[in-house]
Design a protein around this ligand. Structure first.
Ligand code: ADP
Ligand code: MG
Length: 211
């Protein structure tokens, strides 16, 4: 499958499912170092994303991502709503084509990371979703530079996002609600980094077996 509008719609349907399947896990992780609302917020947000997309005509990947941004911004709440909203908005701007090239898959991820950092001012290593998107961008860029096709670029990003999410466990949080815990934030995976990896993975699942 190519990275076109049908893929972007399938990505969001798959994200809705994977977030619903991991709702309790995300709640649990956020209970450890936050207030426990991340799973519920994200589940509500992605259900609304799919509902909104069902009532819309999207001609491009960017149209889909713009709709996602708007919905997440208005339904997720907490820190994650504006962060993911800005991420999808910048991703949409970075990927305007009907069918994404390898370079545009990189640009989509770069746009998302830029949006998160513009909004949240976190750098890598502060135990946030930046620790998933940052490595995802590096891996996507390397794969693109090596001549990988869009699906392979995307696949490299997903693997790195997961690894990045797991690597948040030994980190001490210095941004967001978890930073209030100081050293007690050490030893738990950051919920937003994991939800980021799950959302990215949904895009890979949406490409199907024949990618
Ligand atoms: P809240 O902290 O308001 O309850 P959520 O629980 O929905 O919001 O989201 C928490 C997640 O948001 C964290 O796990 C982290 O990944 C992310 N986050 C929080 N602050 C920042 C920030 N400044 N930059 C990037 N990500 C952040
Ligand atoms: Mg929370």
């Amino acid at each position: 499958m190519t990275c076109d509008v049908a893929w972007a719609l399938a990505w969001m349907a798959s994200a809705r499912q994977v977030i619903a399947d991991n709702r309790e896990l995300l709640i649990d992780l956020d209970r450890q170092i936050g207030d426990g609302d991340h799973g519920e917020n994200m589940d509500r947000g992605f259900a609304a994303v799919v509902d909104a997309l069902a009532g819309q005509e999207c001609a491009t990947v960017a149209d889909v991502l713009k709709s996602v941004a708007k919905t997440l911004m208005s339904t997720v709440g907490g820190a994650a709503g504006p962060l993911y909203g800005t991420a999808f908005l910048r991703a949409a701007k970075a990927a305007p084509s009907a069918e994404l090239s390898s370079a545009e898959v990189v640009a989509l991820i770069a746009g998302a990371l830029e949006g998160i950092q513009a909004r949240g001012k976190a750098e890598r290593g502060e135990k946030t979703m930046v620790d998933a998107w940052g490595p995802a961008l590096d891996a996507a860029q390397s794969a693109c530079d090596a001549g990988a096709d869009p699906a392979a670029v995307y696949e490299a990003a997903v693997a790195a996002a997961y690894e990045g999410a797991l690597v948040t466990e030994p980190m001490q949080a210095t941004k967001g609600r978890a930073s209030y815990l100081g050293e007690r934030s050490i030893g738990h995976i950051d919920p937003g980094a994991l939800s980021s990896a799950l959302i990215l993975k949904a895009g890979l699942d949406a490409m199907g077996e024949d990618r």
